[in-house]
Structure formats: structure tokens, C-alpha cells
Ligand binder design. Sequence first.
Ligand code: ARG
Length: 465
Amino acid sequence: MSNKMWGGRFSERPDEIMEEINVSIDVDRHLFAQDIAASKAHAAMLAAQGIITGSDAKNIGKGLDTILSEIGKGGFTFKRALEDIHMNVESRLSELIGPAAGRLHTARSRNDQVATDFRLYVRDVLDETDAALAAFQAALVNRALEHAATVMPGFTHLQTAQPVTFGHHLLAYVEMAARDRGRFQDARKRLNESPLGAAALAGTSFPIDRHATAKALGFDRPMANSLDAVSDRDFVLETLSAASICAVHMSRFAEEIVIWTSPLVGLIRLSDKFTTGSSIMPQKRNPDAAELVRAKTGRVIGALNGLLIVMKGLPLAYQKDMQEDKQGAMEGFAALSLAIRAMTGMVRDLVPDEAKMKAAAGEGYATATDLADWLVRTLKMPFRDAHHVTGRIVAKAAEGGVALHELPLKEMQAIEPKITKDVLGVLSVESSVKSRTSFGGTAPKNVASQAKAWAKRLEKERKLG
Ligand code: ARG
């Protein structure tokens, strides 16, 4: 038998390989809720416009509700021979309500259907990602409040650079997540137009009301050009681009957790909840979750690259290539969601080793800049000269194997006679971080007020949410 949805002019069944390459139900079945919602909106609009009768629309609506609950309960048999979610739903509808089911497809096509379904799906992904990132931010802010004054080494080139506070470091990721959320929110605004009613590519001769279906589905307006409506997937690409950037943020943080938990570094510890053991080395505590967050990033970026490549050579309008838009994107979104949730869990779970952090913060002459700044401020030395003098003092301390604050004052004075004992006040890691009060700097009081401001902002958002 030929396909009952489109097989009118066909007399033979498709080859097995044809069916195999054509079928998309394994992937687009995940669009069932969106597909049914769009069909309900379409049927109601067709009736309101007098294109189908009110009683047909009512039966279609009821039948679609039944299908929704059948699928929800796992009692629906998806048939590969019916290719995709659209035809699976429609075929079941005709079993349930008879010939009226055939009227549902008036003035639409699978092309505008799939574009509508996937927009709705990606819109849900955007909303869920935003909520997940808000939870991630809240977890970071809580820990930042707790550790506003916890001193740790700040790094550049992964070399000890200047002392910072752990809270400050955590708040850096709150800022990144805020920009990620901004990108997702922007993408949502552009995404939120309805393709439904563009039909196959040219629109339709039926007096449909695209504004009504757009409104019913929560879109801001119908898309203005029917060719564009069925043939662009930039809403997926844009979401995957934002997702890739976000995944890179997650990955960088995950990498820091891997480094910090290494016994060679030991700045933080993860509990048993976020570590795994080794089957051969009983002493091991591996940060697998962080490593996997790092790796999941590849999936997200891979999905973006994959779809860019699918789209790049396609003429308007719909091409079957576009059926390949869903699998990678769905996997990419799932990977990002898991990465964000895993990072949130680790943020809540991690315990910094404060003594070790403080000791490490003082290693490697991390307060050398504070000494140079003191020379500039107190002795009115030009910074370049102060840099040079400090370099000589650091070399002297290194020679004696002591820290800057341990170097006897007279050794410093041998290099720069105007140095007084006041200098000792700026050489500790605590005074170093305390002095960094410039806007956005690491001083504990800055960090505490930033963290409080974030907590307030997130709380307000949650209440509005
Ligand atoms: N399964 C298809 C997709 O995901 C639905 C649209 C098919 N349209 C068509 N004319 N064959 O893209």
C-alpha cells in the first residue's frame, strides 16, 4: 500500500531504505505536545473563519486531547510507516473521529506545521534554560555571600597573580550567566513569531486568520513572509549559538573545578555526591561531573556547527534537509541543561579549603603589585620606577627564600632607602584584597555588596517570574 497521507499518485510502497532515511518519528515525537497545541489552534481558527464547521472543530479538538493524553500515558503506538509526528497524530485522529480528521489539514502543510512545532519547542527550551541559569546564579550568589572575604590566589597565565576573594571569583560567573540569559531572552523575542498558515510556502487561498492562531499559541504576531516562515531555522541557530557560549562558560568553570580539586592544587573539595571513585585506585576522588560538563560543550557546539552546515546551501523554501535540524539541536539543548544543573549542584556542594587558599594566595610574591602601588602612593614614585624597585626587592626575597612580608625592612631599605615600616601594612594578602575597592574590584566589601545586590535582583525576578 502506498502512503495514505500523500500516496494518491503512487502505486508502489517505498523501498525499505527510502523509509529508513525518510522517517523522523524517533526524533520529532518529542514535538507531540507542540504539534497537538498547534493543531488545536488551527482547527479552532478554521471554524471561527467558517472554513470547517463548529462541530467538526469540536470533534477534532476532543480527538486531539485524547491523543495528547494517550501519548502522555505512554499508550500511543508511533508508526514508522507514518514518517513523522504530524502524520502519526493525524492518522490516529482519523481512527478516533473518522473523516472529519481529514479537514484539519485544510490551509496548512507539514512545512508550516513543523516550523511552528519546533519554534514552540525551542521557546520552551529558552524558558527552561533561563530558569536553570537563574538557579545557577542564585547558588553562586549564596556561596559568594558566604565567601566575600575568603582570600584565594587570582591567576593570570595560571600563574599566581594577585590575591582575590573566592566570592569575587564566583560572582564573575554570575555576570557571565546574566549575559547568557540576556542572549537567550533576545533570541526568544526574535523567535516568537508564528509560521502557522504560511502553508507549504506560498500562503493559502482560504480566508485564514493567522493573527488568531499566533495569539492562541502565545506568539507575538504571525511571520510576515510565507517563504521565510517555512524555510528559515535561524531561531534554532541563534539559540544554539547562545547555548554554545553558555556551554563554554560552564566548561571554563568546570575546568577550574578540575584544577582546584587536583591533589596538586587542593583549593576546594567536592563531597561524595559529586565525585566518583576509581575501580582500581582506592584513593581516587574524581571530579567526573565537572569533566563531563567540559565534554558536553562539544555536543552543543557540534549541534550548532552541524545545523549551520545543513542550512548553508539550501535554496528557499522548505527542503527535506531541514528535517535534520532537530536531533542535534535537541541533544545539544539536553546537554546544556544537564551541564547547568550539574554546575549548580557542584557550586552548592563544594567546600573551599580556606587555609590552603590563603597560603596559596601569598605564594609567588602575589602582593608585589601592592608594594609597587605603595611606592607610587607614598613616595610619589612613577609606576615604572616603582615596578623596577619592587622587582629588585622580590629578587632579594626570592634569594633568601622568604615571602615579601618576611623580608627584613633594612634589606628593602638597602634597595630603596625611603621605604618605611608602613610598607608592611600592605604586604599581607588580606590588606591586598581589602585595598581593591575600585568599582568591580575584589575588596570584600565590594563583593558583599555586589552579592547582596544580585540576591535582591534574583529574588525580585523570582517573585515576578
Ligand atoms: N518531518 C519533516 C521535518 O521535520 C516535516 C515536514 C515535511 N514536509 C514535507 N513536505 N515533506 O522537516
